[in-house]
Design a protein around this ligand. Sequence first.
Ligand code: ZN
Length: 385
Amino acid sequence: MSSVFDDLVGQEHIIEILQSAADASRQGAQTQEMTHAWLFTGPPGSGRSSAALAFAQALICPNDGCGTCSDCNAAKTGGHPDVEVIRTEGLSIKVEEIRELVIRVAWAPSMGGWRVVVMEDADRLTESAANALLKAIEEPGTRTVWLLCAPTLHDVLPTIRSRCRHLQLRTPSIEAVTQVLIYRDGISPDMAQLTAKVSQGHIGRARYLAKNETARSNRKVIMKLPMQLGSLASTLQAALTLVDIATEEAKATSESRDETEIEKLQEAYGKGATGRGMATGGSKAVKELEKEQKSRATRMVRDSIDVALLDLATFYRDVMMVQTGNNEYIINTDMREQIESCAAKNPANSTILKISAIMAARANLTHNVALLVTCESLMCQLTKQ
Ligand SMILES: [Zn+2]
């Protein structure tokens, strides 16, 4: 029989816990026995939000979490009245949003089971938003279950995490990701192996690369940047290329989504019918949506640069492998020649500094720094021997 947990790759240790909690709640366990707040942590790509969503489905499904019934499907596509998925489009979740959410989910579940809130980026809660959420989590006897997701425990306020049952996801093995790509997504074994390897267990990234030729060629351009560093002009050009590619990738994914959202909103306000709705509040709502979309676009460019920087980090990681005589552990096997040449030309301690510079740039990106300047400064550091 199929199950909502089938899609979670390499997470057997937590599936068992979630399964038995869902079973217990279905067999009529008392409200107070159910854990009302859960915290899913794990590295990017480990599938923490997929795990939380699967659990939400298991809690509301009338067929033991089948993954195929109309309730399961509605929960997955955002159409179930008792399952709310909070995805942050901006850089933070504000207190007003949480207050609104708490009021919205305080109603009894429409189907008599649970009301489930999946919060994909609990690490983006502002302090006051986290405090507002805390009050809701502490409310005893409610039928609301909170499923929070964050990269690590430390990304969530101690007061929140002390009230949550914590589940730590693992990075799935490259082998496990390869198998899923081949057998579930129908990707050829060669492609599955390569993309699983270069994505280092990040299944979403591996699948995206395997299915998207533009993404693969963009990645190639990024991976060649270290070889182009030299003069100041070429170093600054490398930074520009990085930002340009990230901007293009973000644009490609958001443009069609932005348009559909605006159309839907206009329809909701009665555009094309009487037009009166648009006059009374419709255009204000469209403006607000556009503002939101802009903030999302900024975040998507940042995320896209972050992915590129992680790719670059694997290049220098490979260089270090060669410098320490571990040639067989290279990730980017398609670039062996360039990696070996870079390893021969540079001292090993400079490679370590380069990897730290990349990690520092990634950390800076999470603050509101100027993207191009950050990338330029990074490229200058990568140029040093
Ligand atoms: Zn179901």
